[in-house]
Design a protein. Sequence first.
Length: 342
Amino acid sequence: MKELAQFLGCEATLGAVIEARNDRGNNYWAYVNSLFRDVNYENIMLETGYHEDRGGEAIARFEEAILPCRSNRISRIEEIQREFFHLDISFDEFEQRYIKRLHETLDGNGNFGKKSYGMKSYLLPFIGLIRPLHDRDPARVSWEALRSSFNKLPDMDRESAAEITKDLRRYTFTLALEECLKRDMPMQIHAGDGEAPDVVLRNQDPFYLEEAVRFDRDNMMRMPKIIPLHAGYPSVGKAAWLSHLYPNCYFELSIMTSHVHQNLYQRYMQVMEVVPLSKILFASDAYHIPELYWLAGRWGKRYLAKALTDYVIGGSLSVEEAIEAARMILYKNNRKVYGLEN
């Protein structure tokens, strides 16, 4: 509220901020654009799985509104699954359709009319430890179990319902990760942050991602690009340590960047304690409320500057190195990991 009062030029009271916001919101998309320009966003990675059935038209309208900020899309595995999981078809046909959609999404215009620059999985909160599954047979059994359980699912508890599709989801995740590995595209994986009561909180331990990070096959770690989302919050230290140990695992700063506020400085210090500066990715995880994009940009730069200043005072970085570290975290690392042009 106090931050918005400065931006909107009004008193720092809830009533005054709401009134000023509503006034600016009469021209809603112009207001959204002003928020993005105020924090100088040049590029966003837009994960399209959370569109509440508004589809490509609404996504394209948002992308148009935030120009000149560019938008590059990420596709969600569960969005593709949703197309097929309810169909009364054979497993073989499902598999063929699913793989075809993966190719369209990653190589063509299958992500609501555009290509994708990576994928996202929401598997961890539902099953916990993600062990990749290359064997089609358990996935086939899981597919058949899903076919015979549709009328039972509404009455099942959350863990029993997740168990029915566990092997099927592991298999579809593995297929998607294989395609990302072939293309050197990153796979985002939801971790931390909760979202109870729909998910099982204890499943969201960042260490449960280790097998996906390794992606072993034939006694060899193949190590695709993995981005645990939401800083693993509140298990920030675990997510940071995973990114420290595995060179293909990155650290993404969303959720806490737009929600933690003053303690964000200490969290950034905790992350930089172990994660190489070349692997830290700025992010907001904003949605619905446009001010969250703006707030993440404002707080992110403020508390990152404070943390990097401590590194300069302590002698770990020169002023020039700290400025370059800020550039890396705020945009250079993202552009590199997603294969974007400068």
